[in-house]
Design a protein around this ligand. Structure first.
Ligand SMILES: NC(=O)c1ccc[n+]([C@@H]2O[C@H](COP(=O)([O-])OP(=O)(O)OC[C@H]3O[C@@H](n4cnc5c(N)ncnc54)[C@H](OP(=O)(O)O)[C@@H]3O)[C@@H](O)[C@H]2O)c1
Length: 324
Protein backbone atom coordinates (compact mmCIF):
# COMPACT_ATOMS: atom_id res chain seq x y z
CA UNK A 1 0.00 0.00 0.00
CA UNK A 2 1.27 3.47 -0.93
CA UNK A 3 1.58 5.69 2.16
CA UNK A 4 1.76 9.48 2.17
CA UNK A 5 3.29 11.25 5.19
CA UNK A 6 1.76 14.60 6.19
CA UNK A 7 4.26 16.87 8.00
CA UNK A 8 8.02 16.33 7.65
CA UNK A 9 8.97 16.45 11.34
CA UNK A 10 10.72 14.16 13.81
CA UNK A 11 8.25 11.29 13.99
CA UNK A 12 7.73 11.37 10.23
CA UNK A 13 11.36 10.27 9.90
CA UNK A 14 10.77 7.23 12.07
CA UNK A 15 7.70 6.32 10.03
CA UNK A 16 9.65 6.69 6.76
CA UNK A 17 12.32 4.36 8.13
CA UNK A 18 9.63 1.87 9.15
CA UNK A 19 7.87 1.92 5.78
CA UNK A 20 11.16 1.40 3.98
CA UNK A 21 11.72 -1.77 6.01
CA UNK A 22 8.23 -3.15 5.34
CA UNK A 23 7.18 -5.33 2.43
CA UNK A 24 3.46 -4.56 2.52
CA UNK A 25 3.87 -0.76 2.57
CA UNK A 26 5.63 1.72 0.32
CA UNK A 27 7.06 5.00 1.60
CA UNK A 28 5.46 6.74 -1.36
CA UNK A 29 5.09 10.46 -0.61
CA UNK A 30 5.82 13.20 1.90
CA UNK A 31 4.08 16.58 2.18
CA UNK A 32 5.43 19.62 3.95
CA UNK A 33 4.38 23.23 4.10
CA UNK A 34 7.65 23.89 2.29
CA UNK A 35 8.59 22.15 -0.95
CA UNK A 36 12.28 22.55 -0.18
CA UNK A 37 11.81 20.79 3.17
CA UNK A 38 9.72 18.04 1.57
CA UNK A 39 12.36 17.45 -1.12
CA UNK A 40 15.15 17.26 1.44
CA UNK A 41 13.10 14.91 3.63
CA UNK A 42 12.34 12.70 0.62
CA UNK A 43 15.99 12.56 -0.42
CA UNK A 44 17.22 11.86 3.13
CA UNK A 45 14.56 9.30 3.97
CA UNK A 46 13.98 7.34 0.78
CA UNK A 47 10.57 8.77 -0.14
CA UNK A 48 9.53 8.63 -3.80
CA UNK A 49 7.51 11.86 -4.09
CA UNK A 50 7.75 15.24 -2.36
CA UNK A 51 4.95 17.79 -2.18
CA UNK A 52 5.12 21.44 -1.06
CA UNK A 53 1.63 21.47 0.45
CA UNK A 54 -0.51 18.92 2.26
CA UNK A 55 -3.29 19.41 -0.26
CA UNK A 56 -1.00 18.73 -3.23
CA UNK A 57 -0.17 15.31 -1.82
CA UNK A 58 -3.86 14.53 -1.35
CA UNK A 59 -4.48 15.30 -5.01
CA UNK A 60 -2.16 12.41 -5.90
CA UNK A 61 -4.53 9.57 -6.79
CA UNK A 62 -1.88 6.99 -5.90
CA UNK A 63 -1.77 7.82 -2.18
CA UNK A 64 -3.75 5.06 -0.47
CA UNK A 65 -3.22 5.90 3.22
CA UNK A 66 -2.16 9.17 4.86
CA UNK A 67 -0.07 9.18 8.04
CA UNK A 68 -0.72 12.47 9.90
CA UNK A 69 2.48 13.50 11.70
CA UNK A 70 1.76 17.14 12.59
CA UNK A 71 1.34 18.56 16.15
CA UNK A 72 -1.88 17.52 17.98
CA UNK A 73 -3.29 21.02 17.39
CA UNK A 74 -3.24 20.38 13.63
CA UNK A 75 -4.58 16.81 13.47
CA UNK A 76 -8.15 18.11 13.17
CA UNK A 77 -7.47 20.29 10.09
CA UNK A 78 -5.26 17.62 8.53
CA UNK A 79 -7.93 14.93 9.01
CA UNK A 80 -10.62 17.20 7.55
CA UNK A 81 -8.43 17.78 4.51
CA UNK A 82 -7.94 14.00 4.09
CA UNK A 83 -11.70 13.54 4.34
CA UNK A 84 -12.26 16.12 1.59
CA UNK A 85 -9.99 14.06 -0.69
CA UNK A 86 -11.39 10.73 0.59
CA UNK A 87 -8.05 9.45 1.88
CA UNK A 88 -7.93 6.83 4.66
CA UNK A 89 -5.95 8.05 7.69
CA UNK A 90 -3.53 6.79 10.31
CA UNK A 91 -3.35 9.78 12.69
CA UNK A 92 -0.63 10.24 15.32
CA UNK A 93 -1.56 10.41 18.99
CA UNK A 94 -3.07 12.31 20.69
CA UNK A 95 -5.76 11.72 18.07
CA UNK A 96 -7.06 15.30 18.27
CA UNK A 97 -6.60 18.17 20.73
CA UNK A 98 -9.87 17.40 22.53
CA UNK A 99 -12.97 15.20 22.57
CA UNK A 100 -15.15 17.64 20.60
CA UNK A 101 -12.77 17.52 17.64
CA UNK A 102 -12.50 13.73 18.01
CA UNK A 103 -16.28 13.26 17.99
CA UNK A 104 -16.65 15.44 14.90
CA UNK A 105 -13.88 13.72 12.93
CA UNK A 106 -14.91 10.16 13.86
CA UNK A 107 -18.48 10.95 13.00
CA UNK A 108 -17.55 12.50 9.66
CA UNK A 109 -15.31 9.58 8.66
CA UNK A 110 -17.96 7.05 9.69
CA UNK A 111 -20.60 8.89 7.66
CA UNK A 112 -18.22 9.06 4.68
CA UNK A 113 -17.53 5.32 5.03
CA UNK A 114 -13.82 6.09 5.29
CA UNK A 115 -11.11 4.49 7.44
CA UNK A 116 -9.37 6.39 10.24
CA UNK A 117 -7.41 5.18 13.25
CA UNK A 118 -5.20 6.57 16.01
CA UNK A 119 -1.49 5.78 15.77
CA UNK A 120 -1.14 4.95 19.45
CA UNK A 121 1.39 2.22 18.77
CA UNK A 122 1.17 0.47 22.16
CA UNK A 123 -2.35 -0.70 21.32
CA UNK A 124 -1.06 -2.57 18.24
CA UNK A 125 2.18 -4.03 19.62
CA UNK A 126 2.55 -7.78 20.35
CA UNK A 127 3.51 -6.84 23.95
CA UNK A 128 -0.14 -5.98 24.55
CA UNK A 129 -1.23 -9.57 23.85
CA UNK A 130 1.67 -10.90 25.94
CA UNK A 131 0.52 -8.86 28.95
CA UNK A 132 -3.12 -9.85 28.37
CA UNK A 133 -2.10 -13.51 28.38
CA UNK A 134 -0.23 -13.23 31.68
CA UNK A 135 -3.19 -11.45 33.29
CA UNK A 136 -5.72 -13.96 31.88
CA UNK A 137 -3.60 -16.95 32.99
CA UNK A 138 -4.21 -16.08 36.64
CA UNK A 139 -0.47 -16.23 37.37
CA UNK A 140 -0.66 -12.84 39.09
CA UNK A 141 -3.89 -13.68 40.93
CA UNK A 142 -6.53 -10.99 41.11
CA UNK A 143 -5.28 -7.69 39.69
CA UNK A 144 -5.95 -4.90 42.18
CA UNK A 145 -3.50 -2.16 41.20
CA UNK A 146 -1.62 -0.83 38.17
CA UNK A 147 0.99 1.91 38.00
CA UNK A 148 2.48 3.41 34.86
CA UNK A 149 4.67 6.39 34.10
CA UNK A 150 6.43 8.10 31.24
CA UNK A 151 8.82 10.96 31.74
CA UNK A 152 11.94 12.47 30.25
CA UNK A 153 13.62 15.87 30.17
CA UNK A 154 11.99 17.05 26.96
CA UNK A 155 11.01 20.54 28.12
CA UNK A 156 13.25 21.99 25.38
CA UNK A 157 10.78 20.78 22.75
CA UNK A 158 9.02 23.84 21.39
CA UNK A 159 5.86 21.90 20.55
CA UNK A 160 5.40 20.79 24.17
CA UNK A 161 5.67 24.32 25.59
CA UNK A 162 3.19 25.97 23.27
CA UNK A 163 -0.53 26.03 24.16
CA UNK A 164 -1.33 26.92 20.53
CA UNK A 165 0.25 23.60 19.48
CA UNK A 166 -1.79 21.73 22.15
CA UNK A 167 1.39 21.37 24.21
CA UNK A 168 1.89 19.92 27.67
CA UNK A 169 2.96 16.51 28.95
CA UNK A 170 -0.49 14.91 29.06
CA UNK A 171 -1.32 14.71 25.36
CA UNK A 172 2.25 13.97 24.38
CA UNK A 173 3.51 11.43 26.95
CA UNK A 174 0.73 11.13 29.54
CA UNK A 175 -1.43 9.36 27.00
CA UNK A 176 0.84 6.27 27.24
CA UNK A 177 0.47 5.48 30.97
CA UNK A 178 -3.28 6.11 30.65
CA UNK A 179 -3.50 3.72 27.71
CA UNK A 180 -1.41 1.11 29.55
CA UNK A 181 -3.77 1.26 32.53
CA UNK A 182 -6.82 1.10 30.28
CA UNK A 183 -5.48 -1.93 28.40
CA UNK A 184 -5.05 -3.82 31.68
CA UNK A 185 -7.99 -2.60 33.77
CA UNK A 186 -10.55 -1.75 31.08
CA UNK A 187 -13.03 1.05 30.70
CA UNK A 188 -15.15 0.97 33.87
CA UNK A 189 -13.61 3.99 35.59
CA UNK A 190 -15.58 5.22 38.60
CA UNK A 191 -13.49 8.14 39.81
CA UNK A 192 -10.45 10.15 38.73
CA UNK A 193 -8.43 12.54 40.87
CA UNK A 194 -5.34 14.34 39.66
CA UNK A 195 -2.98 17.26 39.89
CA UNK A 196 -0.27 18.91 37.81
CA UNK A 197 2.35 21.62 37.79
CA UNK A 198 2.42 24.01 34.86
CA UNK A 199 4.95 25.65 32.57
CA UNK A 200 5.18 29.44 32.43
CA UNK A 201 3.12 29.14 29.24
CA UNK A 202 0.27 27.47 31.17
CA UNK A 203 0.33 23.84 30.00
CA UNK A 204 0.99 20.86 32.29
CA UNK A 205 4.68 20.04 32.70
CA UNK A 206 4.13 17.05 34.98
CA UNK A 207 1.01 15.38 36.27
CA UNK A 208 -0.23 12.61 38.55
CA UNK A 209 -3.54 10.81 38.08
CA UNK A 210 -5.32 8.37 40.41
CA UNK A 211 -8.02 6.17 38.89
CA UNK A 212 -10.55 4.07 40.77
CA UNK A 213 -12.38 1.35 38.84
CA UNK A 214 -15.89 0.01 39.47
CA UNK A 215 -14.51 -3.45 40.36
CA UNK A 216 -12.42 -1.91 43.15
CA UNK A 217 -9.10 -1.92 41.28
CA UNK A 218 -7.00 1.25 41.34
CA UNK A 219 -4.24 2.79 39.24
CA UNK A 220 -1.75 5.63 39.34
CA UNK A 221 -0.37 7.27 36.21
CA UNK A 222 2.25 9.97 36.10
CA UNK A 223 3.96 11.68 33.25
CA UNK A 224 6.07 14.71 32.61
CA UNK A 225 8.52 16.61 30.47
CA UNK A 226 10.93 17.33 33.35
CA UNK A 227 12.29 14.24 35.09
CA UNK A 228 13.77 11.05 33.76
CA UNK A 229 11.56 8.17 34.88
CA UNK A 230 12.07 4.43 34.51
CA UNK A 231 8.96 4.28 32.25
CA UNK A 232 7.59 1.07 33.75
CA UNK A 233 4.05 -0.21 33.68
CA UNK A 234 3.48 -2.48 36.71
CA UNK A 235 0.53 -4.81 37.17
CA UNK A 236 0.02 -5.88 40.80
CA UNK A 237 -1.99 -8.98 41.70
CA UNK A 238 -2.71 -11.02 44.81
CA UNK A 239 -0.10 -13.65 43.77
CA UNK A 240 2.62 -11.47 42.30
CA UNK A 241 3.37 -8.64 39.94
CA UNK A 242 4.45 -7.98 36.37
CA UNK A 243 6.84 -5.25 35.28
CA UNK A 244 6.57 -4.09 31.68
CA UNK A 245 9.75 -2.21 30.84
CA UNK A 246 9.06 0.67 28.45
CA UNK A 247 5.48 1.80 28.84
CA UNK A 248 5.45 3.46 25.39
CA UNK A 249 7.15 0.50 23.70
CA UNK A 250 7.44 -2.50 26.01
CA UNK A 251 10.71 -4.36 25.47
CA UNK A 252 10.71 -6.82 28.34
CA UNK A 253 8.24 -8.42 30.74
CA UNK A 254 9.31 -9.59 34.20
CA UNK A 255 7.04 -11.58 36.50
CA UNK A 256 7.66 -11.74 40.25
CA UNK A 257 6.04 -14.14 42.74
CA UNK A 258 4.48 -13.57 46.15
CA UNK A 259 7.93 -13.53 47.77
CA UNK A 260 9.02 -10.85 45.24
CA UNK A 261 11.38 -13.32 43.56
CA UNK A 262 11.80 -13.08 39.79
CA UNK A 263 9.91 -16.04 38.25
CA UNK A 264 10.65 -15.34 34.60
CA UNK A 265 11.48 -12.62 32.13
CA UNK A 266 10.62 -12.48 28.44
CA UNK A 267 11.66 -10.18 25.59
CA UNK A 268 9.13 -8.98 23.03
CA UNK A 269 9.54 -10.22 19.42
CA UNK A 270 12.15 -8.39 17.38
CA UNK A 271 10.84 -5.13 15.90
CA UNK A 272 11.58 -3.15 12.75
CA UNK A 273 10.95 0.06 14.70
CA UNK A 274 7.70 -0.78 16.48
CA UNK A 275 5.56 1.32 14.11
CA UNK A 276 5.04 -1.58 11.70
CA UNK A 277 2.20 -3.08 13.74
CA UNK A 278 -0.05 0.00 13.52
CA UNK A 279 0.67 0.23 9.77
CA UNK A 280 -0.08 -3.48 9.24
CA UNK A 281 -3.30 -3.19 11.25
CA UNK A 282 -4.38 -0.20 9.13
CA UNK A 283 -3.62 -1.97 5.85
CA UNK A 284 -5.50 -5.08 6.99
CA UNK A 285 -8.53 -3.06 8.11
CA UNK A 286 -8.64 -1.09 4.84
CA UNK A 287 -8.30 -4.25 2.75
CA UNK A 288 -11.14 -5.82 4.72
CA UNK A 289 -13.30 -2.76 4.11
CA UNK A 290 -13.35 -1.77 7.80
CA UNK A 291 -13.58 1.80 9.03
CA UNK A 292 -11.57 1.31 12.22
CA UNK A 293 -8.94 -0.98 13.73
CA UNK A 294 -10.10 -3.52 16.28
CA UNK A 295 -6.89 -2.82 18.26
CA UNK A 296 -8.02 0.78 18.91
CA UNK A 297 -11.74 1.15 18.22
CA UNK A 298 -13.11 4.66 17.66
CA UNK A 299 -15.08 4.35 20.89
CA UNK A 300 -11.86 3.88 22.84
CA UNK A 301 -10.05 6.74 21.09
CA UNK A 302 -12.96 9.00 22.08
CA UNK A 303 -13.03 7.70 25.67
CA UNK A 304 -9.31 8.45 26.10
CA UNK A 305 -9.77 11.97 24.69
CA UNK A 306 -12.71 12.54 27.06
CA UNK A 307 -10.58 11.40 29.98
CA UNK A 308 -7.80 13.82 29.00
CA UNK A 309 -10.32 16.66 28.52
CA UNK A 310 -11.54 16.00 32.07
CA UNK A 311 -8.00 16.13 33.45
CA UNK A 312 -7.22 19.39 31.65
CA UNK A 313 -10.52 20.85 32.89
CA UNK A 314 -9.53 20.01 36.47
CA UNK A 315 -6.13 21.64 35.97
CA UNK A 316 -7.43 24.71 34.16
CA UNK A 317 -5.39 23.93 31.03
CA UNK A 318 -7.16 25.26 27.95
CA UNK A 319 -5.72 25.70 24.47
CA UNK A 320 -6.20 29.13 22.83
CA UNK A 321 -8.29 27.65 19.97
CA UNK A 322 -10.66 26.24 22.61
CA UNK A 323 -11.52 29.67 24.04
CA UNK A 324 -15.08 30.80 23.32
N1 LIG B 1 4.28 7.54 18.30
C1 LIG B 1 5.33 8.12 18.84
O1 LIG B 1 6.23 7.47 19.38
C2 LIG B 1 5.46 9.60 18.75
C3 LIG B 1 6.67 10.21 19.14
C4 LIG B 1 6.78 11.59 18.98
C5 LIG B 1 5.71 12.33 18.51
N2 LIG B 1 4.54 11.69 18.17
C6 LIG B 1 3.39 12.46 17.67
O2 LIG B 1 3.66 12.87 16.35
C7 LIG B 1 3.13 14.18 16.13
C8 LIG B 1 4.26 15.07 15.62
O3 LIG B 1 5.28 15.10 16.58
P1 LIG B 1 6.81 15.43 16.19
O4 LIG B 1 7.61 15.21 17.42
O5 LIG B 1 7.18 14.74 14.95
O6 LIG B 1 6.69 17.00 15.93
P2 LIG B 1 7.63 17.93 15.07
O7 LIG B 1 8.99 17.34 14.94
O8 LIG B 1 7.48 19.29 15.63
O9 LIG B 1 6.98 17.86 13.62
C9 LIG B 1 5.68 18.23 13.38
C10 LIG B 1 5.56 18.67 11.91
O10 LIG B 1 4.25 19.13 11.75
C11 LIG B 1 4.23 20.12 10.73
N3 LIG B 1 3.47 21.30 11.17
C12 LIG B 1 2.33 21.73 10.61
N4 LIG B 1 1.89 22.83 11.19
C13 LIG B 1 2.79 23.15 12.15
C14 LIG B 1 2.91 24.22 13.07
N5 LIG B 1 2.00 25.20 13.13
N6 LIG B 1 3.96 24.22 13.90
C15 LIG B 1 4.87 23.24 13.87
N7 LIG B 1 4.80 22.19 13.01
C16 LIG B 1 3.79 22.17 12.14
C17 LIG B 1 5.68 20.46 10.42
O11 LIG B 1 5.98 19.83 9.20
P3 LIG B 1 6.14 20.66 7.84
O12 LIG B 1 6.90 21.90 8.20
O13 LIG B 1 6.92 19.71 7.03
O14 LIG B 1 4.78 20.95 7.29
C18 LIG B 1 6.47 19.81 11.53
O15 LIG B 1 7.72 19.37 11.11
C19 LIG B 1 2.50 14.62 17.44
O16 LIG B 1 1.12 14.39 17.40
C20 LIG B 1 3.16 13.72 18.47
O17 LIG B 1 2.37 13.43 19.60
C21 LIG B 1 4.42 10.36 18.28
Amino acid sequence: MKIGIMGAGAIAMKMAKTLNLMEEAQCYAVASRSLEKAEKFAADNGVLKAYGSYEDMLKDQQVELVYIATPHSHHYDCAKLCLAYRKPVLCEKAFMANAAQTREILDAFEKADLFITEAIWTRYLPSRRMIDEVVASGELGEITFVTANLGADVQWKDRLQKPELAGGALLDVGIYPLNFISMVLGTEVEEITSSCTKTASGVDEQNAVILKFKNGAMAIAHSGMLSVTEQYGIVYGTKGYLIAEGVNNVQKLKVYDKARQLKWERDVPEQLTGFEDEVRASIKAIEEGKKECEEMPHKETLRMMEMMDGLRRDWGVKFPFEEQ
